[in-house]
Design a protein around this ligand. Structure first.
Ligand code: SAT
Ligand code: MN
Length: 599
């Protein structure tokens, strides 16, 4: 008799706990994908879009109370509270299991339980890792078809090996004869719980995005970051882009920006500078490992894009719009009278009539937006016209530079370069951003979001910084250079100073040239900034005073930030790496010296 595999044992255990009506082991075939849509259309959650306008695509409306990640209900359940750190909500594994067991007991009654074997990263890549998600949501199955490599081939790859078990339920058992909700969920009892020591994920009550597609933020960031710490690699909230200069020299750049700060736009950017090419490797997550040559190699562990729809247009991101021409899932966007999709910012003039994301009639006079601000598209990366041919290379691509950025109206200049790795880690650790709609909470409020990992680091952030610092101690060759960028600086009237989008290629060019050792810099208290003619601003409608404002190192502004950084660091007590408090002290004294010399 063949031996029972670990997957089978786990599936049996979950079956007993959740008591589903049926079990389906997902194959990953197109037929299975189509079946999920039949179910979703039948339940009323989805509609098929007009096949001539948007072939093989669907629009889905979630419950209005289930529209974004819920950080307040997301937990890291390490044995010691200190190991989760002040950056995570914590509950002991014992208490969390005691909370979850009654919730999961019988939670799939009347529903089908789907078992999704999935690989984060190309199957067989030495940088990839495998998970198995159990879910009772056909929307999750369909989304995982696009976002991951999944199905039979992955099950075969697991064999008797290890995998990360990811258990998900929408948390709404169905009694016999009870009518199902079109988007079943249970937002009042929502839990997204991670067990880093056991490498397990449990998610209950939500069917949306990062709460439910457990391969993404839960596995590829929170659990993977703890795996990476142990294994001496990095699991980061970063895009990866490929940039080729007019001479044909190629560099790869990774960049961390908080959710909904334009990572997808940057990853698919159309350069405005002649004869430069930018291609896409990934738009959200980057796993990096040292290659045999000592360099850091990155892969995109995902197979698709789960991007923010509002603001995406032929002007802001033509490559995303071209990617979205067919085979898409649109969640919480508006539907046009022609059976196509629309969202704020897609066209200058909104259509005269729409069905909004709640399913209500909408006209330009309506008080609410037609699409939810966190409305999303889900689409296979393969459809993106700028995908680099090597995006699925098993060994990854060598990373030359790392960008950190946030949304800052003041103080932070367009770009500065860290003098060394540790200073780069320091700048990464103090990244702050005005809050967006990707997570529930007050929009616009400034929060520190180190390395854009605040909601995604699966352990104490101070230990994570130490892990970054330690990489330099173990590196055998030069690590990537680190840059701090800010596309969102505003002038005195509150208008953006920098046009952004394709024009960001000018900043990428400067970074590329720095990597080649070809561009001059000015040393400042906050590291190296471009010399006045370092960045090519030609053809832009920017006055010299605007350029000056964009690049300005505001000594007073930075000095004012010091106490807030200090207070922030204090939250990490004695776990804060001493290298970082030293960086902060040195920054302060450089700023004070600079202030003295200008008095
Ligand atoms: O909902 S997700 O977490 O997948 C998207 C995001 O917040 O970036
Ligand atoms: Mn993200």
């Amino acid at each position: 008799m063949p031996q029972t595999t670990k997957v089978e044992t786990w599936v049996q255990k979950v079956k007993e706990l959740c008591q589903p009506e049926n079990i389906v082991i997902c194959s990953g075939t197109p037929e299975e994908y189509d079946q999920m849509w039949e179910l979703l259309i039948e339940s009323g959650a989805a509609r098929r879009l007009n096949n001539t306008k948007r072939p093989n695509s669907y629009i889905v409306r979630s419950d209005p109370d289930d529209v974004a990640r819920v950080e307040s209900r997301t937990f890291v359940c390490s044995h010691e509270e200190e190991d989760a750190g002040p950056n995570n909500n914590w509950m002991s594994p014992k208490d969390m299991k005691a909370t979850l067991t009654p919730l999961f007991s019988g939670c799939m009654r009347g529903r089908t339980m789907y078992v999704i074997p999935f690989s984060m990263g190309p199957i067989g890549s030495p940088i990839a890792h495998i998970g198995v998600q159990i879910t009772d949501s056909p929307y999750v199955v369909a989304s995982m078809h696009i976002m991951t490599r999944m199905g039979r081939a992955v099950l075969d790859a697991i064999g008797s090996g290890d995998f990360v078990p990811c258990l998900h339920s929408v948390g709404k058992p169905l009694c016999k004869g009870e009518a199902d909700a079109s988007w079943p969920c249970n937002p009042n009892q929502l839990y997204v719980a991670h067990f880093p020591e056991e490498r397990q994920i449990f998610s209950f009550g939500s069917g949306y995005g990062g709460n439910a597609l457990l391969g993404k933020k839960c596995f590829a960031l929170r659990i993977a970051s703890t795996m990476a710490r142990e294994g001496g690699w990095l699991a980061e909230h970063m895009l990866i882009l490929k940039i080729t200069n007019p001479e044909g020299i190629v560099r790869y750049i990774a960049g961390a920006f908080p959710s909904a700060c334009g990572k997808t736009n940057l990853a698919m950017l159309v350069p405005t500078i002649p004869n430069w090419q930018v291609e896409t490797v990934g738009d959200d997550i980057c796993w990096m490992q040292f290659g045999d040559d000592g360099r850091l190699y990155g892969i995109n562990p995902e197979a698709g894009f789960f991007g923010v729809a509002p603001g995406t247009s032929m002007q802001s991101n033509p490559n995303a719009m071209l990617t979205l021409r067919k085979n898409c899932i649109f969640t919480n966007v508006a539907e046009t009278d022609e059976g196509d999709v629309w969202w704020e910012g897609m066209t200058e003039k909104p259509p005269a009539h729409l069905i909004d994301w709640r399913g209500e009639d909408w006209t330009p006079d309506s008080a609410n937006t037609a699409a939810h601000p966190n409305a999303r598209f889900t689409v296979s990366a393969r459809q993106c016209p700028t995908m680099a041919e090597e995006w699925e290379d098993r060994s990854g691509v060598p990373i030359s530079a790392i960008l950190f950025g946030g949304r800052r109206a003041t103080v932070v200049p367009l770009v500065n370069e860290s003098a060394n790795w540790i200073q780069g880690v320091f700048f990464g650790s103090i990244v702050s951003s005005e809050k967006t709609a990707a997570a529930a909470g007050n929009i616009g409020k400034l929060r520190r979001d180190p390395m854009a990992m605040l909601p995604f680091c699966g352990y104490n952030m101070a230990d994570y910084w130490q892990h970054w610092i330690n990489l330099a101690k173990n590196a055998t060759t030069k690590l990537p250079s680190i840059y701090y960028v800010n596309w969102f600086r505003k002038d005195e009237n509150g208008d953006f100073l920098w046009p952004g989008f394709g024009e960001n290629s000018r900043v990428l060019k400067w970074i590329f040239d720095r990597c080649e050792g070809n561009a001059e810099v000015i040393k400042t208290p906050i590291g190296n900034v471009p010399s006045p003619d370092g960045i090519d601003f030609s053809g832009l409608k920017l006055s010299s005073s605007q350029i000056e404002h964009l690049l300005k190192v505001e000594i007073d502004g930075w000095l004012k930030e010091i106490p807030s950084i200090k207070a922030y660091y204090k939250e990490y007590h004695d776990r804060l790496p001493k290298e970082l408090s030293k960086e902060l002290e040195e920054l302060k004294s450089r700023l004070e010296d600079a202030k003295q010399s200008t008095l």
